[in-house]
Design a binder for this molecule. Structure first.
Ligand code: PA5
Length: 455
C-alpha cells in the first residue's frame, strides 16, 4: 500500500534488552482479533463518519464562498482546534499566511483566551474581508464562546451582516450556537453527535478550515479510508495500529509511562500536538469500564528533532526506563538546501559542505535512534515518504484506531473526559454563570480556608 509505514524494529527484544518478545505479542493474538472485531461492530463515530458523504458534500458546496475571504479565523479549543492547527502547519507552507503566491485566505486558529494572542490576530485581519468559523460541539465552552462574543462584537460594530461573516460548526441539534443559528440564519455545519472532539479532525471541525486553506480534503479522507482498510485486518502482525497499541500497552505495564512523539520535521511537528490530546484525554482515566478505580494513562510528550536533541535526548538516553519514543521521519522534503563548501581547511566544517539539510536532519534522526537503541530504550518510527493529504489522513486514522484499541486493552472508556469537567465548572462559577452561585461560594470558601504557603 502507498503511504506511511510503521517501523517497529527497535521495540522488540533482542534489539532492546528489555524489549517485547514476539511470544508476548502472540499471546495477545486472539484478544486483539476480538478487540478489532468488537471495534468494527460497535463502529465508533470516527469510523462511521468515513462512510457518510453528506458532511463533505456540504463543505464542498461552500468552497467558493469560504475561499473568497482574505482571512479565515477559527475560534475553538481542544478537539475543536488541534486538528485544524495540525492540518494547516503540516499541509500548507510554514509561512503560508505571509506567502505572496497564496490564492486562498490567511488562516488563523485562535485556540486560547490569552488577550495578547487574541489581540495579535485581530490586529492582522480586516473584518470586512474575514470569515469567523466558531467551532464548538457543546456550544458552551467558555474559551470558544468568549472569542465568539468578541468576534460578534466586531462584526456588529462594523455594521456587517453576521450571516456573511460568521459560520458555526456545532452539534446538529443541541447547544446555544445551534439556537443562535436557527434564530438568525447563520450558516452552520454539523458535527456528527457520535464523534468526540479529539476524534473530529476528519469531520467539518477540521475539514472546513482545511478547505479554506486550499488543502485537498478528498485526498485526506481517501488516506483515512485506506488506513481504515489496513487496520480492519485482525492479524496483529499486519495491523500497525493494533500492534502499536499492544506494544504501548505491554511497555506501559512494565512501567513505561511516557510516550514521546518526536517528528524530525517542523511541518510534521504539530501532528504530535494533536496526538498528545488524543492519547492523554482518551486514555487518562480514573475508573475502568467496570467502575473500579484504576488511574491509568500514559503521558504523551512532544519533542522536535533535531532541535530537542539539544534539550531532551540526554534524558531519553540515560534517564529512567519509562519512555517509548516514536519518531516521525520524512523521506522527501518539499524543499531542500545545499550546504555550501566553505572553510574547507576546518575539518569540523568541511564534512558538511556539499551535503543537504535534509540529509543532515535524517542522519541526525538515525543517530538518535541508534543511540537510544544502544542505551536499551524502545523506539519506533512512522515513515512519511512525503507530506501530502493522503499520508496525513492515514496518520490521523491510524492513531485514532490505535487509541480505540488501547482503550479496550486498558478497559476504559476512550471517548469520555469526565476529568476536565471540574475545572470548567469552577470557571463558570467564578465568572458568574447563572445556576453556579452555590458552587462559587463553596469554591471560594475552600480556597480561603486553605493553609497558604506563598513565598
Ligand atoms: O476532545 C474533546 O472532547 C475536548 O477537547 C473538546 O474538543 C474541547 O473541550 C472543546 O469542546 P467543544 O467543542 O464542545 O467546545
Amino acid at each position: 500500500m502507498k503511504g506511511i509505514k510503521f517501523d517497529f524494529t527497535n521495540m522488540f527484544y533482542p534489539n532492546i534488552e528489555k524489549g517485547i518478545k514476539y511470544d508476548e505479542i502472540n499471546q495477545y493474538k486472539d484478544k486483539i482479533a476480538n478487540i478489532i472485531n468488537e471495534i468494527f461492530k460497535e463502529k465508533p463515530g470516527f469510523i462511521k463518519l468515513l462512510e457518510d458523504t453528506k458532511y463533505i458534500d456540504k463543505i464542498l458546496d461552500l468552497q467558493e464562498w469560504i475561499q473568497s475571504f482574505d482571512s479565515f479565523v477559527v475560534l475553538g479549543i481542544g478537539g475543536s482546534a488541534l486538528g485544524n492547527i495540525a492540518l494547516q502547519t503540516t499541509l500548507n507552507p510554514l509561512n503560508y499566511n505571509y506567502a505572496n503566491n497564496r490564492k486562498t485566505p490567511k488562516i488563523f486558529i485562535v485556540d486560547n483566551v490569552d488577550p495578547d494572542f487574541v489581540a495579535s490576530v485581530l490586529d492582522q485581519i480586516d473584518p470586512h474581508t474575514t470569515l469567523f468559523n466558531v467551532i464548538s460541539k457543546s456550544g458552551t465552552t467558555a474559551e470558544a464562546m468568549s472569542n465568539y462574543l468578541i468576534a460578534r462584537g466586531i462584526v456588529d460594530s462594523y455594521g456587517l451582516d453576521p450571516k456573511k461573516h460568521i459560520i458555526f460548526t456545532t452539534d446538529p441539534e443541541k447547544g446555544i450556537l445551534r439556537e443562535i443559528a436557527k434564530n438568525e440564519g447563520i450558516e452552520t455545519l454539523d458535527i456528527p453527535p457520535e464523534v468526540g472532539g479529539r476524534f473530529s479532525v476528519l469531520t467539518p471541525v477540521g475539514l472546513l478550515s482545511a478547505l479554506a486553506g486550499g488543502i485537498d480534503i478528498i485526498d485526506l479522507l481517501n488516506g483515512a479510508k485506506a488506513m481504515l482498510e489496513k487496520v480492519s485486518n485482525n492479524n496483529i502482525f499486519e495491523n500497525p495500529s493494533a500492534l502499536n497499541a499492544l506494544l504501548h500497552f505491554l511497555y506501559y505495564n512494565k512501567g513505561y509511562n511516557i510516550s514521546v512523539m518526536m517528528p524530525y520535521s517542523n511541518k510534521l511537528f504539530l501532528l504530535a500536538d494533536w496526538y498528545r490530546q488524543l492519547w492523554a484525554e482518551s486514555l487518562g482515566k480514573k475508573y475502568n469500564i467496570h467502575g473500579e478505580e484504576v488511574n491509568v494513562g500514559q503521558t504523551p510528550v512532544k519533542a522536535l528533532g533535531a532541535t530537542d536533541q539539544h534539550s531532551q535526548v540526554q534524558l531519553y538516553n540515560e534517564g529512567p526506563d519509562d519512555k517509548i519514543v516514536t519518531f516521525l521521519k520524512l523521506e522527501k522534503f518539499e524543499r531542500d538546501i545545499k550546504i555550501p563548501k566553505l572553510h574547507e581547511n576546518y575539518s569540523a566544517l568541511a564534512y558538511l559542505g556539499g551535503k543537504t539539510l535534509s540529509e543532515l536532519l535524517n542522519t541526525e534522526l538515525f543517530g538518535t535512534e541508534y543511540a537510544l537503541t544502544e542505551h536499551g530504550k524502545p523506539n519506533m518510527k512512522v515513515i512519511f515518504p512525503e507530506i501530502n493529504a493522503f499520508n496525513v489522513g492515514q496518520f490521523f486514522f491510524a492513531y485514532e484506531f490505535q487509541t480505540a484499541v488501547m482503550g479496550k486493552l486498558l478497559e476504559i472508556d476512550a471517548y469520555d473526559q469526565p476529568g476536565v469537567e471540574l475545572g470548567k465548572k469552577v470557571t463558570y462559577a467564578l465568572m458568574g454563570r447563572e445556576g453556579y452561585e452555590e458552587f462559587a461560594n463553596e469554591v471560594k470558601n475552600k480556597n480561603e480556608t486553605k493553609e497558604k504557603f506563598i513565598i
